[in-house]
Design a protein around this ligand. Structure first.
Ligand SMILES: Cc1ncc(COP(=O)(O)O)c(C=O)c1O
Length: 394
């Protein structure tokens, strides 16, 4: 992989024709250390957010030892990249063959489930193994999150008792897990979900060994600036301590976005301007899926030397494919004198950005360059930490 000092220098000296993904290993390392040191339990990494082997290695080197995998391809990838890592297969609906290979070939012992059918599948596929950690996923609200995960998975309140009871019989260790939705904007998302956990434990009257609060930890995007992560940790810690099983159970979390959003950004070139619309060389089928399909706004900045002195105005983007849907409404704030040939850095694409790229219509590029400047926004930098230090610590 090539290295360069910073995004501006790269754009202005190399004038790249295709989009370039910038990666910042120090940003991912800092996020990993933050979770390892401050989350009051075990932090796993949800591999789906960004399965880059280099990133997996950085997270491992900085203390992340457990990985939430959701497909057999992810199981194989992490087993190959980090042979010492512990894998937890946290997709509640799996192919029986996938469970079998995960258990017998890759040593996976932790599986999630949200139905009796899935429990039977896991028991069959592992030949009724006696060393399983089975995590029952409860359905919880996504009302405080920007991306809902409330419809598809999770046992409803009236199903939880029977499922917990059955899983307890089959499991060596029993867990309860949930996901509050991605980019949760307030810690209450977790305290509310923990109330669902409490109700389920009390109703089923089972002993529980693991409480897994899932992912959902936010990053910072324009118009979506969350409170410091410490507040989330503090709320979760308090809610966990008040559960009847806290004395005998472990607390886990499975962040994806928060561990890798700051890891990468993208340099794109403007190929045409039409009023306030910029035609750029990456888009909905590239790393900007979320910008196009869910209207997510990402931080942007012009990479030009000397810098523009024009005032910022609102722009939208068109991607390079021949499809009207390849459109990112933004608005993205950039200088009013933007023109064809300008380079733009689009930040915070480390989570669910590079991971979703396709080569549709012949566009997209695999160019990746390591840079050592700071990400455009950070939840983990000094300025943010000063705000966070006013928060009561655990
Ligand atoms: C089971 C599970 N865990 C963790 C995550 C990671 O979520 P996030 O990136 O919001 O932290 C997801 C995302 O879909 C998930 O489905």
């Amino acid at each position: 992989m090539h290295k360069h000092h910073n995004a501006l220098g790269l754009a202005t000296t190399l004038n790249p024709v295709d989009p370039v993904t910038l990666v910042r290993p120090h940003a991912a390392a800092r996020a990993a250390r933050f979770f390892v040191e401050k989350f009051p339990g075990r932090s796993m990494y949800a591999v789906k957010a960004n399965p880059s082997p280099e990133l997996l290695q950085i997270l491992w080197d900085n203390g992340i030892t457990h990985y939430d995998v959701a497909s057999l391809a992810e199981v194989r990838l992490v087993a190959r990249t980090l042979p010492e890592a512990t894998l937890c297969f946290m997709h509640p609906v799996k192919a029986e063959e996938a469970v079998r290979e995960a258990y017998f070939t890759h040593g996976v012992r932790t599986f999630s489930l949200d139905s009796l059918e899935e429990l039977e599948k896991i028991v069959r596929a592992t030949n009724a193994a006696t060393d399983l950690t089975l995590c029952v996923r409860l359905r919880v609200s996504s009302e405080h999150s920007k991306l809902s995960l409330a419809s598809k998975f999770g046992a409803a309140p009236h199903e939880a008792k029977e499922l917990l009871f059955a899983a307890r019989q089959a499991a060596d260790a029993l867990g309860i897990c949930f996901h509050v939705g991605s980019q949760a904007m307030t810690p209450e998302a977790y305290s509310n979900a923990m109330e669902r956990v409490r109700a389920a434990i009390v109703e089923a009257a089972v002993t529980v060994d693991v409480i897994d609060v899932g992912g959902g930890f936010p990053s910072s995007y324009p118009g979506m600036e969350p409170p410091p992560l410490e507040r989330f940790f503090e709320t979760i810690h308090r809610a966990f301590e008040s559960l009847p099983v806290s004395y005998s159970s472990e607390l886990w979390c499975e962040p994806g976005r928060a561990l890798c959003a700051e890891y990468s950004s993208l340099i794109v070139r403007v190929e045409k301007r039409r009023g306030s619309e910029l035609y750029i060389n990456d888009g909905a089928y590239g790393a900007l899926f979320d910008a196009a399909h869910i209207g997510w706004r990402f931080p942007v900045r012009l990479l030009r030397e000397p810098d523009s002195r024009a005032r910022d105005m609102e722009f939208s983007f068109y991607g390079p494919t021949c499809d009207d849907m390849d459109h990112m409404a933004g608005p993205f704030m950039l200088p009013a004198d933007m023109q064809a040939g300008d380079y733009i850095e689009i930040g915070m694409l480390g989570a669910y950005g590079s991971a979703m790229r396709t080569a549709f219509n012949g566009f997209g590029s695999d160019q990746i360059v390591i840079v050592d400047d700071e990400p455009m926004v950070s939840l983990y930098d000094d300025a943010f930490q000063e705000v966070a230090s006013n928060v009561v610590t655990l």
